[in-house]
Design a protein around this ligand. Structure first.
Ligand SMILES: Nc1ncnc2c1ncn2[C@@H]1O[C@H](COP(=O)(O)OP(=O)(O)OP(=O)(O)O)[C@@H](O)[C@H]1O
Ligand SMILES: N[C@@H](CCO)C(=O)O
Length: 321
């Protein structure tokens, strides 16, 4: 259940009058989602998504609007926020910040095909190519310094072996990142899991949920994608999906030698990032609403696999024209 603030038809019909989107027809709460209230809205001209922001860093919303506007202007498959007749995207409704988006087609892939992996790798490569020139700034809130600062909070809930593993890994990452210096920077999605994409067959309908969007190491996004899209139940990497994603990505943006050197570390670090964020939800900051938290052990498994077996060889680069 993910409608924390109910809305009435008349309220939404009035809200829509500020926009050039047609007349209100119907409203439907969206059951998935964990952070915000989401509604599908139908008008006599189009299908829309209305999001009310319930929590999180609401002062960051202008950054997300600017990023989505920028990516939409560059023809990336993202929901560009709808602006009202005065050019304003960020609104208030039911005393909450609100944004209106086009409803993109498709469903979240559960077992992505090789073609879906290729299409996603291509889209992420294109996104990172243009996002390097994005002028906004929001330092990555889940980078290594966050791991360093926050991992202490969960140690008391872990076995002695896991505590040692986590502490040692954070120290090792620090040394590794210091060795290779600055990696290519740009705007990131920051949470590009399968459930933040929509596919119709092998066609990418869109990439959604940019509320972890930030600026920082582009490689962070690539590692999150491999850990979610190309990972088997035992935490091992699926070579075919891995290669499909990374061949397509690198045809748009080849990884630099520094990124290649740090790749195994980034895969491990982003696995630990999700093990930690999920542990924090379970033990330290349980959600205010009655929602089932994501399973931390999934990312413990992935983290252990990366620590033990490292990365697969990166595919050769063949750059698209
Ligand atoms: N522009 C869009 N087009 C089509 N469907 C959308 C769009 N935006 C959101 N949705 C649908 O609404 C659901 C919830 O949206 P969203 O992911 O933004 O919410 P959330 O509360 O941040 O959830 P979570 O962070 O758990 O994914 C998505 O899983 C998707 O099914
Ligand atoms: N994608 C995150 C949840 C939303 O940030 C996870 O799987 O833990």
């Amino acid at each position: 259940m993910a409608v924390f603030t109910p809305l009435g038809d008349a309220q939404v019909a009035t809200f829509l009058e500020s926009f050039d989107v047609g007349r209100f027809v119907s409203l439907q709460g969206v059951a998935s989602g964990t952070e915000n209230s989401t509604f599908f809205v139908t008008t006599d001209r189009c299908e829309l998504v209305l999001t009310l922001f319930e929590q999180g860093e609401q002062e960051e919303l202008p950054f997300f609007v600017d990023l989505l506007d920028y990516l939409d202007d560059h023809r990336l498959p993202v929901p560009g926020p709808v602006h009202d007749r005065n050019g304003v995207a960020l609104q208030r409704l039911a005393d909450k910040p609100a944004l209106l988006f086009p409803r993109l087609p498709g469903r979240h892939p559960e077992s992505p095909s090789l073609e879906q992996c290729r299409v996603l790798g291509d889209a992420l490569g294109r996104m990172h190519t243009v996002s390097r020139r994005f002028s906004g700034s929001r330092p990555n809130p889940r980078d290594l310094s966050w791991l360093q600062a926050l991992h202490h909070k969960v140690l008391g809930f872990l076995s002695n072996a896991d505590q040692t593993l986590m502490k040692n890994a954070v120290d090792d990452f620090e040394g590794e990142f210091a060795t290779y210096g600055e990696l290519p920077q740009g705007a990131l999605h920051g949470d590009l899991f399968r459930d933040n994409t929509l596919f119709e067959g092998d066609r990418l309908g869109g990439i959604i949920d940019f509320y972890n969007g930030c600026t920082g190491d582009l490689l962070f996004d690539v590692a999150i994608v491999i850990n979610d899209w190309a990972t088997n139940a035992d935490g091992s990497i699926d070579p075919a999906r891995h290669d499909a994603l990374l061949e397509a990505y690198q045809a748009r943006r080849p990884l630099t030698s520094g990124e290649r050197a740090l790749w195994p570390t980034m895969l491990s670090m982003t696995a630990l990032r999700y093990w930690l964020s999920r542990l924090l939800v379970v033990y330290v900051h349980p959600p205010a609403h009655d929602l089932t938290p994501h399973d931390p052990t999934r990312f413990r498994t992935i983290f252990m696999a990366r620590q033990l077996h490292g990365a697969l060889p990166l595919p050769e680069v063949s750059v698209a024209n």
